[in-house]
Design a protein around this ligand. Structure first.
Ligand SMILES: [Fe+2]
Ligand SMILES: [Fe+2]
Length: 190
């Protein structure tokens, strides 16, 4: 119903802070997806296929996170004005830098999701708060994975063959389908 549709600039009541931050989060998730793709391509180009595979897959997951938020916005009558993506980093000298960047990015997203949860709680948006539970849980897993991977890369001190073997053994199987995952706008890709 158009009369109830809220947008950032106008509409009956304007956007709540929670909805405004959610729209921004769509941009952050797409940026994370783009950054992961760039990291994957760097590994791919250096014949590190196991690391490349993990990061390509992660890129798809971030894209799905964006699509889940878009689905939520549409279902809640918020105009899905998709933001552009932010700057990404593409130049690196060694594998450690890429994994450290991925970890920093996940920690940053965790802070963003927490700020979203706080906004939902402050505005007594119970549905919004509940929607974020899955994302909070997901962030715990992703930060843990990247922090373990960083330890493995550091322990390998430059021996990428060992790192590739570890990644193949520990990180190769895609996460099993998560029945609690929120629905995406359009088909999920991961
Ligand atoms: Fe994400
Ligand atoms: Fe992530």
């Amino acid at each position: 119903m158009n009369a109830l549709r809220r947008t950032a600039d106008h509409g009956p009541a304007g956007l709540t802070k929670f909805h405004r931050l959610l729209l921004e989060q769509v941009g952050h998730e797409f940026t994370a997806s783009h950054q992961y793709f760039a990291l994957a391509a760097w590994f791919d180009d250096r014949d590190l296929p196991a690391l490349a595979r993990v990061f390509y897959r992660q890129s798809l997951e971030e894209r799905d996170h964006a699509a889940m938020i878009v689905r939520y916005l549409i279902d809640n009558h918020v105009a899905p004005d998709i933001p552009g993506i932010g700057e990404i980093q593409t130049s690196f000298t060694e594998p450690r830098e890429l994994v450290a960047l991925a970890l920093r990015q996940e920690q940053q997203v965790t802070e963003q999701i927490k700020a979203l949860a706080k906004a939902a709680r402050d505005e007594l948006d119970y549905t919004g708060e509940q929607f974020l539970n899955w994302f909070l849980q997901e962030q715990v897993e992703e930060v843990a994975t990247m922090s373990t991977l960083l330890n493995v890369v550091e322990r390998g001190s430059g021996n990428m063959f060992d790192v590739e073997t570890w990644v193949t053994r520990e990180l190769s199987s895609p996460a099993e389908g998560d029945s609690n995952a929120p629905e995406t706008a359009g088909p999920a890709v991961s």
